[in-house]
Write a protein that binds this ligand. Sequence first.
Ligand SMILES: C[S@@+](CC[C@H](N)C(=O)[O-])C[C@H]1O[C@@H](n2cnc3c(N)ncnc32)[C@H](O)[C@@H]1O
Length: 315
Amino acid sequence: MKALRLSRHDADDAARGAAAGGGGESSRDFEFTSADFERIRALIYRRAGISLSDHKRDMAYSRLARRLRALGLDSFREYLDQLEASHDASEWEAFTNALTTNLTAFFREAHHFPILADFVKGRPQPVSVWCSAASTGEEPYSIAMTLVEALGERAAREARVLATDLDTQVLAKADAGVYAFDQVKHLSPERLKRFFFKGTGSHAGLVKVRPELRAMVKFEQLNLTDADYGLRTTFDAIFCRNVMIYFDKPTQSQVLTRFEPLLKPDGLLFAGHSENFTYVTQAFRLRGQTVYELVRGGGAGQAPRRAGDAIGVPA
Ligand SMILES: C[S@@+](CC[C@H](N)C(=O)[O-])C[C@H]1O[C@@H](n2cnc3c(N)ncnc32)[C@H](O)[C@@H]1O
């Protein structure tokens, strides 16, 4: 069963779109000009590498209109002027958090997890996995569950799962490890029992990740477009799924170049189902099922093969 979770953003956008009969101009409280949208586009690209396509206009409006209301402002122009002039890190953070898309689910793109399980069994222990766009935590906890099932509790306790994301709000949710039962109802009864507490009383309908699983995952903020990630370690596997689709090709290429030294020899890079890195880098080659491996002594640092090719950037 595929149960994709709608984040607060996605759900709010959907509700707003429905209420407004598709989110037309008439439902808007604030004027929203093309110049406003262009400014937002430029700012989020500079800050997060996110390329907002034209059809994200309504999404940008509905998410940022909430910031205008919260700050008591009358226009997007005023908001963007203030944002650009300010050194207020918290408003920049709110701006960035508002424009990320956090759709995720436990064991999303499930075919990757048996591949990970087989892979880690043959690796020197302890293994380390980096989940580089962790969103609200479902993906790194799925990785941690896979390690426990593949390696046993003791070896898995030694393993390290680093889970990072740019959006501080989703990281706070991930850190709490509390989810609606609906989000885990497709997991097997064994997994549910082994890895979650079921809420009772006022917590009925919720589950909480068990402390042993929680302890395997370290959550940190990290911007994939930063020149230096500050990571002084290497990983057996890197998950970078369903985030590169928001980046343009030069940004994708830079991110992959930064991944190269962070992957251990014969390590694996897991990509999202619609992401194809083949024409972005020669340093990684496709092993199959959107899993990549490093080409040792191959294309590291070389220019992409066909610089004009687009790969999974939203149209
Ligand atoms: C659609 S979710 C994918 C979540 C998960 N990897 C999955 O496949 O289910 C994309 C995530 O990428 C994060 N993101 C966007 N831009 C980022 C950046 N520049 N650096 C790090 N994370 C970023 C977003 O905050 C969001 O949580």
